[in-house]
Design a protein around this ligand. Structure first.
Ligand code: FES
Length: 107
C-alpha cells in the first residue's frame, strides 16, 4: 500500500486508499490539518510541503507551481499539496511558515 510519511509530525504514516488524489486530499481524509489558505485553488503557497523522499512519485508541476517557482516561492524540493497528485511512497515535511498553531510538530 502506498504511504505518505510526514517526518516532522512524529513520522506520521498515512496509508492511501486511493491514488492520483492530491496530497491535500490525502491529508484531510486522514484527519491531518494542513494549511490551505486559498482553499486548494493554487492561489497561495500556504499548502507548501517539503519533499524529502519520493518526489518521482508525484505528478508533474502544475501551471501554478511553475509560476511560484519562477517567482522564487517554491524550491526544487517543494510542492503545493493542493496541486500535486500522489502515486507512490513519499516522505514530506511541513515548512516552518506553514505550521498550524494547534498542531504539535516534532523535529
Ligand atoms: S491551498 Fe493555496 S495554493 Fe494550495
Amino acid at each position: 500500500m502506498v504511504k505518505i510519511i510526514i517526518e516532522n509530525l512524529g513520522q506520521k504514516e498515512l496509508s492511501l486508499e486511493e491514488l492520483n488524489k492530491t496530497a491535500l486530499y490525502q491529508f484531510h481524509t486522514n484527519s491531518i490539518d494542513w494549511m490551505h489558505y486559498c482553499g486548494g485553488k493554487g492561489r497561495c503557497t500556504t499548502c507548501k510541503m517539503i519533499v524529502v523522499k519520493g518526489i518521482e512519485h508525484l505528478s508533474g508541476q502544475t501551471h501554478a507551481e511553475k509560476k511560484y517557482e519562477l517567482e522564487g516561492l517554491l524550491k526544487e524540493n517543494e510542492r503545493l499539496a493542493c496541486q500535486v497528485r500522489v502515486n507512490g511512497d513519499i516522505t514530506v515535511r511541513v515548512p516552518d511558515e506553514s505550521k498550524l498553531p494547534h498542531m504539535k510538530y516534532s523535529a
